[in-house]
Write a protein that binds this ligand. Structure first.
Ligand SMILES: *Cc1c(COP(=O)(O)O)cnc(C)c1O
Length: 370
């Protein structure tokens, strides 16, 4: 089946009690113990969460999906399958929350890590250590939109006996089949495009195969307890039904906005993998179905200018996060940690589903203020 069909069909059941075509929301925390029930307690298993997990596993063509209460809980679950003395190699521009996770929380339980530019394959090979168990990439990356070559990095990981994990949040399963390209595990912040309406937080881990990794992630879910509510699972499932068509709109709008900004005199640099002069354009073309709805720009005049543009847009809301139907703009460096490498004149843009002419007109008037 094609992904448009999977997004609508997967995880669907007809409610036996009522014949309802759309699923009920199971909010109950506990279930009758007559020894024949599949469900016992909702931290460990919930029917609405099961339907969601079935759908997410099908979208990624993975063995199983494990749902969490946020993207960070999902990332943390994968890292928590490792232990003291293990080493993780991460992309140097990984989402700043993940860098804080390994620097602080997981450093304190003995997990070693180092950062490398994952677009430099020789550097990746050189950075592998005898105790490297996991390579972690984010592609496209946040907020620099670097593209890492999933297939090439998977080979490097597997040659040294490590696993490859991909944070595919910005691409979604619609645009980038990370497991088919060679990853062992893929994570999404479902808060973003999968939910698609900026009204829930969630995360998911999808594994390629049954086995030890899956068992450990399930254990973190049930015992760590960072689980999504039945209501959030239902909302997310509702959002996923339109993912493929929303992504078409995000990609088409972002393409138009990117071409406008690429030629704008107040924009000195643009990061958008769909432009031919993007340094990783060829890799993006090979491994992605389209280039996504995200882009970053750097404006002339430094941090003050960036701040002024973000304050001057009328359709783009000035807010963090991404992937909703509404367009957002954010002056990024001030919200990251103090060691951020994000340039201070950078604006991150989540292109929504409004009409592209209105979006371009809004950016034009905001850029005219600097
Ligand atoms: C937002 C985001 C996360 C974190 O997800 P939350 O749902 O906010 O916890 C992780 N990775 C990427 C690439 C993100 O954009």
């Amino acid at each position: 089946m094609n992904i448009e069909t999977i997004a609508i069909q997967a995880g669907r059941t007809i409610d036996k009690a009522t014949g309802a075509v759309m699923p009920p929301i199971h909010l109950s925390s506990t279930y009758l113990r007559d020894n024949e029930q599949e469900f016992v307690y909702s931290r460990v298993g919930n029917p609405t969460r099961n339907a969601l997990e079935e759908c997410l596993a099908a979208l990624e063509d993975g063995a199983e999906a494990v749902a969490f209460a946020s993207g960070m809980a999902a990332v943390a679950a994968v890292f928590q399958t490792l232990g003291k003395g293990d080493h993780v190699l991460l992309a140097d521009d990984t989402y700043f929350g993940v860098r804080e996770l390994v620097n602080d929380l997981l450093a304190r339980w003995g997990l070693e890590h180092s950062l490398v530019d994952m677009t430099d394959l020789e550097a990746v090979k050189a950075a592998i250590r005898p105790n490297t168990r996991l390579l972690w990439i984010e592609t496209p990356s946040n907020p620099m939109l670097k593209i890492s070559d999933i297939a090439a990095i998977a080979s490097i990981a597997h040659e040294s006996g490590a696993l490859l994990g991909v944070d595919g949040t910005w691409a979604t399963p619609m645009l980038q089949p990370a497991l088919a390209l060679g990853a062992d595990v893929v994570v999404h912040s479902t808060t973003k495009y999968l939910g698609g309406h900026s009204d829930l937080t969630g995360g998911v881990v999808v594994v390629k195969e049954q086995g030890e990794l899956l068992e450990k992630v399930r254990f973190v879910q049930g015992i760590g307890g960072g689980v999504p509510s039945g209501f959030d699972c239902w909302l997310l499932l509702r959002g996923i039904r339109t993912l493929p068509y929303r992504m078409r709109g995000h990609c088409a709008n972002a393409r138009q906005v990117a071409h406008f900004l690429a030629d704008h005199p107040k924009v000195h640099t643009i990061y958008y993998p769909g432009l031919e002069d993007h340094p990783n354009h060829d890799v993006a073309k090979r491994q992605m179905r389209d280039f996504g709805g995200m882009l970053s720009i750097r404006v002339v005049g430094g941090a003050d200018s960036a701040d002024k543009v973000a304050a001057s847009t009328k359709i783009f809301w000035r807010a963090t996060s991404l992937g909703g139907v509404e367009s957002l703009i954010e002056h990024r460096a001030p919200v990251e940690d103090e060691n951020t490498k994000t340039p201070w004149d950078l604006l991150r843009i989540s292109v929504g589903l409004e009409h592209p002419d209105d979006l371009i007109a809004d950016l034009a008037q905001a850029l005219s203020k600097i």
